[in-house]
Design a protein around this ligand. Sequence first.
Ligand code: FDA
Length: 381
Amino acid sequence: MNCDLLVVGSGFFGLTIAERAADSGLKVVVIDRRPHIGGNAYSEADPETGIEVHQYGAHLFHTSNPAVWEYVNRFTTFTNYVHKVYTTHNGVVYPMPVNLGTINQFFQAAYSPGEARELIAEQAGEFNVKDAKNFVEKGIALVGRPLYEAFFRDYTAKQWQTDPEDLSASIVSRLPVRYTYDNRYFNDKWEGLPTDGYTAWIERMADHPNIDVQLNVDFFDESQPFNKKAAVGQVPIVYTGPVDRYFDYSEGELSWRTLDFEKEVLPIGDFQGTPVMNYPDMDVPFTRIHEFRHFHPERESYPDDKTIIMREFSRFAERGDEPYYPVNTTADRDGLLKYRELQADEKDVYFGGRLGTYQYLDMHMAIGSALSMWNNKLDRR
Ligand code: FDA
């Protein structure tokens, strides 16, 4: 192998490792089976409108980790975008996550924080969190029946394509309710969008003379030089693809939810006045609509007479679908433990990232855990 380190996957995890290794003088090859770098954070300008579209679902950067914030600012500046979400229930728009504004609008009232807290506690008393038998009982125990039925029941049913009576109470530990009018979606110290887009940021991470990126290369395709059979044991490998695929599904397939996206260019300047509108009711088949122009209100190049929207539908993934969110059933957790045991026998192969560890990671978490892997394991080899 003509390199010091092989990185499988060019998402944020893989690129952070590659960038750190290249900076320390190692020659790194990064392969990705997709035709572009960046993994799920990849975005590109829509050819008709020029509006930046996040191809794998909306990506909002936020972190409270100073080391991650310092690191990402080496490659991009960030806009002052602050993420806010609204939801349309029974033809009325409410602010999300559920906050004092949502509660007062929903109950047509002017409750103070204390009064709202008392009301929700009383409504939530119908069930006890500890004894909840399923998602319905847990949801009611957390926020009371009226808010649960309006904002969480059908939305969750659509996300999981499953009746909430049949969903485990364990899929939710808390449902966010704020007793202030704060409707910032994220609580992190730093938040924003990369000023000139995700792809420019990602390309700068890979732009190093010691990094060789090879696209359309699948690690399991033995006709390619950097494949599993040829590489394992010959060169250290950071693997960020699906962990079950690495072991040829020997301990079973881990289950994922996926999303289907339906994009549409509309001949109007503004469709919904906000980046993300949720649709929590059953009579609407999709879960939300993204309108990408609103992620960058500062961009003057966007047209006044066109906009691009993307409807999002959720379902269980089958093999061949993009794996997006781990389902994490008991069988999945058992399978993952067995895969972790198998990993211990793989000489000089390091599993990381969302797919390699079978866990949902936000971008800052993927970058943070890659920095830890580099500092604590790889840099000390
Ligand atoms: P990622 O999946 O990005 O990269 C893995 C790469 O490995 C892919 O490019 C894949 O093609 C490649 N690969 C897999 N198998 C391979 C093989 N056999 N051979 C070669 N290459 C292979 N985060 C956040 O902070 N804010 C947000 O708003 C969102 N929004 C969001 C929406 C949706 C729908 C999802 C699914 C995820 C988010 N995220 C997010 C999370 C974000 O996408 C995540 O943190 C990063 O993708 C993690 O980067 P990784 O490198 O771990 O995986």
